[in-house]
Ligand binder design. Structure first.
Ligand code: A3P
Length: 376
């Protein structure tokens, strides 16, 4: 272009010839510019495609990690189920797997934006509604290993505490997702709060509901252990679980006992949602065989089975399955200290009495769900 300009300016021509020369120059400049722009665009496109492929390969590879602590119909381009899962977690210390690139949200979304995939916030497609102290955090941490699942970081408590703030507020608390990703939220108190089933139904009657359940006696002890960890002068479990100091009458008004009458709460949910929209996850099996339970969850959500036994290892010191890596951490880790606590010793007589108390309610729950959890 510069050469052309020099050439043009160096010629001494009549004004007519000069005009023709200028037109010729401009035409040449225009074609040269278009040609270069074309080449640059094509180079940039092929670079982006190869980056996206790398990114997809990364996000679908096993990840290592943990932590503690309008109507959204299914936006699916989700694939159907494939692999079957088999054995449970392994028992040895984890080999450290190397991660070659950051799985951090920001660069990933920058790249996706470049691809024309605009991340946006949606109301949840799926809720983990309970049950408190049954393994709800483990379930969330395990299922969010899936690249097509994005979850709110903390319990939002929209349907029980913040309902008056409206769906716009709720949606603002959801993570960014792209086409085909599921939005998930976990608030375990939803299961036992009276108004919640109707409210969830009004948000979206197609919402999928995940419920982790555990033997209600150990659940009550776990609940008590958590409360006692926050209050130094807490009475003994046996004093709180029964009325008048004997084991004759169970105190059904005491939260840790009341929550374990699962059938009672489930009946309310079944007034609004068909059983087919609910998935019950065994809290005991989530510990014994996390891959099996997560396989069921992936099937239920119409996701490809990406999270498998390869993601878990059994940490003998903690006595629980832990993760090789996750979205947040690339090294092996377990759930935090508040998950998997040591329980205090409880008088076996009190435990036996509670088992007797729960038995008819458990049977009713088995009948409603069609699953025999075989709690003692
Ligand atoms: P404990 O701390 O009483 O053992 P939630 O997340 O709903 O509060 O449930 C906590 C319970 O999750 C824990 O109760 C623990 O038994 C159970 N759990 C299931 N899988 C776990 C895991 N991989 N690590 C730690 N705790 C797990």
């Amino acid at each position: 272009m510069i050469v052309m300009s020099i050439w043009c300016s160096s010629l001494s021509l009549s004004s007519r010839s000069l005009a023709i020369a200028v037109v010729v120059c401009l035409t040449l400049v225009y074609f040269s510019y278009s040609f270069n722009a074309c080449i640059l665009a094509s180079i940039s496109r092929s670079l982006q495609q190869s980056n996206l492929r790398n990114l997809l390969a990364l996000t679908s590879s096993p990840r290592n990690e943990t932590s503690d602590a309008g109507s959204s119909s299914s936006r699916s381009s989700r694939s159907s189920n494939s692999n079957s899962n088999s054995s449970s977690s392994t028992t040895s210390a984890p080999p450290v797997q190397t991660v070659t690139s950051s799985l951090d949200g920001a660069p990933k979304y920058q790249l996706l934006r470049q691809q024309g995939l605009r991340p946006s916030r949606h109301l949840p497609d799926t809720l983990i509604i309970g049950v408190k102290k049954s393994g709800t955090r483990a379930l969330l941490e395990f299922i969010r290993l899936h690249p097509d699942v994005r979850a709110a970081g903390s319990e939002v408590h929209f349907f029980d505490r913040h309902y008056q703030r409206g769906l716009r507020w709720y949606r603002h608390h959801m993570p960014y997702t792209i086409e085909g990703q599921i939005t998930m939220e976990k608030t375990p108190s939803y299961f036992v709060t009276k108004e919640v089933p109707q409210r969830v139904y009004h948000m979206n009657p197609a919402t999928k509901l995940l419920i982790v359940v555990r033997d209600p006696v150990t659940r009550a002890i776990s609940d008590y252990t958590q409360a006692a960890s926050k209050k130094a002068d807490m009475k003994r479990f046996e004093q709180l679980a029964f009325v008048n100091g004997s084991y004759a009458v169970v105190d059904t008004n005491w939260g840790p006992v009341k929550i374990g009458v699962y059938a009672r709460f489930l009946e309310r949910w079944l007034l609004y949602f068909p059983l087919s929209q609910l998935l019950f996850i065994s809290g005991e099996r989530l510990i014994m065989d996390p891959a099996y339970e997560i396989g069921r969850v992936q099937d239920f959500l119409g996701l490809k089975r990406v999270v498998t036994e390869k993601h878990f290892y059994f940490n003998a010191t903690k006595g629980f399955p832990c993760l090789f890596k996750s979205e947040a951490r690339s090294t092996p880790h377990c759930l935090g200290k508040t998950k998997g606590r040591n329980h205090p010793h409880i008088d076996p007589g009190a435990i036996e009495r509670l088992r007797e108390f729960y038995r008819p309610f458990n049977n009713k729950f088995y009948q409603l769900t069609g699953i025999n959890f075989a709690w003692p």
